[in-house]
Design a protein around this ligand. Structure first.
Ligand SMILES: [Zn+2]
Length: 196
């Protein structure tokens, strides 16, 4: 990603409040100065379309046949990447805990597949989707992510691209520099931006 692209993605994230900056208590109980609500950027179709195009640009020369996304988080960005590439967009979803291809979606043997997800941390879901694709005879060409939040990039075995790499630092409440500074603590879902 060029610096201009990263700056643009970051600006869009902040503008849409997909990335909140402040002082937050995470569900783990730890405190952090940043919080991601990736769905917020995708509630804006024009932003989703732009991000899809930026991610698709990384795979233009890869002769992709179909984009596959894990439900639910990957569906919108997967759709937009597929639109930008002019190819099919399908998704996999869990049925009794197992990642499955339902709704009549299918992969034809030898089809070239791009797996797209919104946020990657451990890469668990996308690895399951990749296995599903390979079991159907498809060829995984690469993985595309809106945000890579992994501390160690998951080893996926194919080209992997993300629009933004962002490690979120977090602290034990007893050792939180933001608490020491006296910055009010917000729970995500409240209005830490002070909006109404
Ligand atoms: Zn704190």
């Amino acid at each position: 990603m060029t610096t201009a692209t990263v700056d643009r993605v970051l600006a869009l994230m902040i503008e849409t409040k997909a990335l909140l900056v402040g002082h937050f208590r995470l569900t783990s109980g730890r405190h952090s100065g940043e919080y991601f609500q990736c769905a917020r950027i995708l509630e804006r179709p024009e932003a989703a379309e732009e991000l899809g195009r930026l991610l698709a640009d990384r795979f233009r020369d890869d002769a992709i046949d179909v984009v596959v996304a894990p439900a639910l988080g990957g569906i919108i960005i997967g759709y937009e990447v597929a639109r930008a590439l002019g190819v099919r967009s399908i998704f996999a979803e869990r049925e009794n805990g197992v990642m499955s291809m339902r709704r009549g979606f299918s992969i034809t043997p030898a089809e070239r597949v791009l797996v797209v997800e919104d946020v990657v941390t451990t890469g668990g879901s996308v690895k399951e989707v990749a296995k599903l694709v390979r079991d159907a005879g498809g060829e995984i060409v690469g993985f595309g992510f809106l945000i890579d939040r992994s501390l160690d990039p998951p080893s996926l075995g194919e080209e992997s691209e993300s629009l933004l790499k962002r490690r979120i630092d977090s602290y034990e409440p007893d050792h939180c520099p933001l608490c020491l500074e006296g910055i009010p603590l917000a729970k995500p879902g409240s209005r830490p931006d002070g909006g109404t």
